[in-house]
Structure formats: structure tokens, C-alpha cells
Design a protein. Structure first.
Length: 430
């Protein structure tokens, strides 16, 4: 569960009880998945919103399965699952139900107004046939569908009222714009033709001066995007250009990523039996190949690691090199091995393998639980926990190209170990 402000008693204002029929229980795996997604968001306030929207998507999927299992739902392409986009846009667009595009909006249970990012309503790539209000009660582990509106209705309302975009790039929509009859929503999803709701056309992106200028500006802003909201740094017009262009969205995310300022552990030096200063400072010890007789105990332990991995179908290349370090927590001691080797050595596109293996030290107290996570700049690539630390080796193996970096995190009981990224810094190795 993520940190949030202390709960207050608003029971007199809540209309939660009136939503009994639309309530759906969130499962433990829903909370875990939402937490994983939110970890990839830079700003803490945005991280909480992304967490809630992730729960909204998962809860809506559950609700639709219970109420209308005949309707086909696809959410793999939802904007909330794309960290670079969710980092800028806290809303769940591009969900597909049958032939309809759906956008979910987290509803306020305390007021009769709802804040919606303007992009979800005005930028064609995010516009939806139906906008559905979802109340998320994270403490109660429940969500409730509370209303809906189609795009044509929004367009008519907007022409009449001329809503202005707020400073945080959102519109404030009144509850009266939304229909609370959920049977009508299900009827529309079953019987209405998607073509009956006129949608704006998505215009192909072409390179122009605003895009070039914004690309330069984002490059200059760099790490500022990690600590400040985009609407504090860009105009609404620039925000429209940014959110309309996936390339610029990725550039903004990369600029806010720790990879811009955080040095990497250079594993290409390990392949030459050398170790960089950063690795030495962090306590990494290079494994000499072949292991010297004076380090026979290390040889035996590494051979056990190799044999255990081979039993699980993982073969370490004879050309592999690596390093190890001990991780000490209050409840135990681990040895962490990081092994690397080249998969292909094509100059145009060299590929390399990063293998991380964790083994509790038998002479020390053993942690009861282990968790290993590996991610790249945009997503979690591997996440696994080990409950029986007496028996198994916890490992992860990923493949990268010359420009990729991987972040590794280890949790031993309640102690978390985070490391600088591991990268193949070929130029630095020459």
C-alpha cells in the first residue's frame, strides 16, 4: 500500500452506500500490480494518482466480468500501463470494450465535480467513445462504477459551457454531465454501433517546427522533469504537442529518468578482468577466471551456484565474467553474484547478458524472505520472491543492447538494497 495523507471522516458526504450494486472487491494481486506500476512514476503526487487509476482499471475489468461476461475487454494498450505516458498523464485511456474505446476517470466521492486531464477529451489519440466514472476506495479495497458519458455528449456540453483548461492541464466536469444508469451503459456497449458516436480523426504525425523546438526544450529541461510537473514547465499548446507525439513522451520520460544523471556500473570492464571505480566504491569484488587456488572456497561456492542454475536450465557462458558482494541486513547475510557475457559481438548491435544470482550465506543467519527485481528505463522486467531461502537460488537473467541499462533491487525481509544501473559502457572500456 502506498503512503497517502491520513484518512478523514467524510461519511456525511459519501454516496458510497448508494453504489452497492456497482461495487467490486479488489483482490490482493490488484493492489500489488498497481503498486508495481506506480513505482515507475517519478513525481510522488503523480505516483499516487497512477496507483489509483491502475486500481480503477483492474476493478473495472472485474466489474465488467461480473456484470457482462459476454463483453470483450482489452486493456493491454491502456495509457496507464505505459510508464512514460502515465508519468505525464494520470488517466486510463485507450481501453477497448468490444469496438468501443473507453476512458476511465477516477471520481471524487466528496464533491460533485471531477478533474479530468484535457488530453483525454481533446487529443484524438486519447479520445474515447465512453468516459466512465470509477470511485476507488483503496482503504476498503473496493471500486464502484458511478456514471458515464459519451464523447458526443461531452462535445455538446463543451460547446455550450466553453470550459477552460485549468493550470494543471485538467478540466473540471460536473457530475450532472454523467449518466448514473449503468444498465444503459451496458446496453450501449452491447447494442450500439461504435460508428454511431462521431469521433475526431487521428492525424498522422509529421515533423514540423513546433516538434523540433519542443524536442530541444525537453532536452534542455532534462532532470527538471523529475521534480516538477510538466504544466509548470510547458504551455498548454506545448503540452498538446508533447502528448500527441509518442517520441516526445519517451524523450520527456528519459529526461526525468535517473539514467541521465546516475553513473552506471561498467560491466564491459569486467569482461576484461578489470573493475571500475564505482564498483570498487560499492564493495564489488571481481571474480578472477579461472578462480585462484587461494580462493578455493569461492570457487566451490560459485560452482554450486553454476550447478544449481544449470538444473534450472540456465547455462553460464565459459567467457562469462562477474563480481560479487555481500549484502548484510539485521536478519541475515546474502552473497549477490552479477555475471555478464556477450551474446553477440556485432559492432552495429552488440547484445549482452546480465545474470543476477542471490545465495544466502550458510555461516550467517539466513533471511526468511527474499525478493529480486530487475527493470530497465521503462518497465519491470523481472520480479520474483523466494519464500524458502534454505533450498533455492533466486536469480534473474536479462538481455540488453549496447545502450540499455538495468536497475537491480533486492529485498531481504524488511531491508531493501538498491544499486546504480548496470550497463555495457563500451566506449569507456576502450
Amino acid at each position: 500500500m502506498l503512503n497517502q495523507p491520513p484518512p478523514q471522516d467524510f461519511s456525511d458526504f459519501l454516496d458510497w452506500r448508494s453504489l452497492n450494486e456497482s461495487r467490486t472487491e479488489l483482490l490482493p494481486q490488484h493492489l500489488q500490480q498497481a503498486a508495481r506500476v506506480s513505482k515507475l512514476i517519478h513525481l510522488s503526487e503523480q505516483r499516487w494518482q497512477v496507483y489509483l487509476y491502475s486500481l480503477a482499471v483492474l476493478g473495472f475489468e472485474q466489474w465488467l466480468q461480473e456484470r457482462a461476461p459476454d463483453l470483450r475487454l482489452q486493456s493491454d494498450s491502456a495509457s496507464i500501463w505505459q510508464p512514460a505516458l502515465a508519468n505525464l498523464l494520470a488517466v486510463a485511456c485507450n481501453i477497448q470494450v468490444s469496438d468501443f474505446k473507453i476512458c476511465l476517470i477516477t471520481a471524487s466521492s466528496l464533491t460533485d465535480q471531477h478533474s479530468v486531464p484535457f488530453a483525454a477529451l481533446d487529443i484524438p489519440r486519447f479520445v474515447a467513445h465512453f468516459y466512465i466514472l470509477i470511485q476507488v476506495e483503496e482503504e476498503q479495497k473496493q471500486v464502484a462504477v458511478s456514471g458515464f458519458m459519451n464523447y458526443e455528449e461531452y462535445h455538446r456540453y463543451q460547446q455550450t459551457t466553453q470550459l477552460k483548461i485549468d493550470a494543471d492541464w485538467t478540466y473540471t466536469l460536473p457530475s450532472t454531465w454523467f449518466n448514473s444508469d449503468l444498465n444503459t451503459l451496458l446496453l450501449n456497449l452491447r447494442c450500439l454501433q461504435a460508428e454511431a458516436i462521431q469521433m475526431p480523426k487521428i492525424i498522422p504525425i509529421t515533423e514540423n517546427n513546433p516538434i523540433k523546438e519542443l524536442r530541444q526544450k525537453l532536452t534542455k529541461l532534462g532532470s527538471q522533469l523529475k521534480t516538477r510537473h510538466p504544466w509548470e514547465l510547458l504551455t498548454v499548446k506545448e503540452g498538446t504537442t508533447l502528448l500527441s507525439n509518442p517520441e516526445l513522451v519517451n524523450l520527456a520520460y528519459e529526461g526525468a529518468s535517473t539514467s541521465v544523471t546516475q553513473p552506471a556500473i561498467n560491466v564491459s570492464l569486467w569482461l576484461r578482468d578489470r573493475i571500475d571505480e564505482l564498483s570498487q566504491e560499492l564493495g564489488w569484488i571481481l571474480i578472477p577466471f579461472p578462480v585462484l587456488s587461494a580462493m578455493r572456497s569461492l570457487q566451490e561456492e560459485f560452482d554450486n551456484i553454476r550447478a544449481g542454475l544449470e538444473q534450472q536450465g540456465v547455462n553460464i557462458s565459459p567467457a562469462a565474467r562477474g563480481a560479487y558482494r555481500n549484502l548484510e541486513s539485521e536478519r541475515g547475510c546474502l552473497r549477490m553474484y552479477v555475471i555478464t557475457w556477450m551474446l553477440t559481438e556485432t559492432p552495429e548491435k552488440p547484445e549482452w547478458v546480465l545474470l543476477v544470482a542471490l545465495k544466502p550465506q550458510l555461516q550467517a543467519q539466513i533471511p526468511k524472505k527474499l525478493k529480486l527485481e530487475v527493470r530497465d528505463q521503462t518497465q519491470i522486467l523481472f520480479e520474483e520472491s523466494l519464500q524458502d531461502t534454505n533450498q533455492s537460488i533466486l536469480y534473474a537473467q536479462v538481455v540488453g543492447d549496447r545502450d540499455e541499462r538495468f536497475w537491480v533491487s533486492v529485498k531481504a525481509d524488511d531491508t531493501v538494497f538498491d544499486f546504480p544501473p548496470f550497463g555495457l559502457e563500451l566506449e569507456a572500456a576502450i
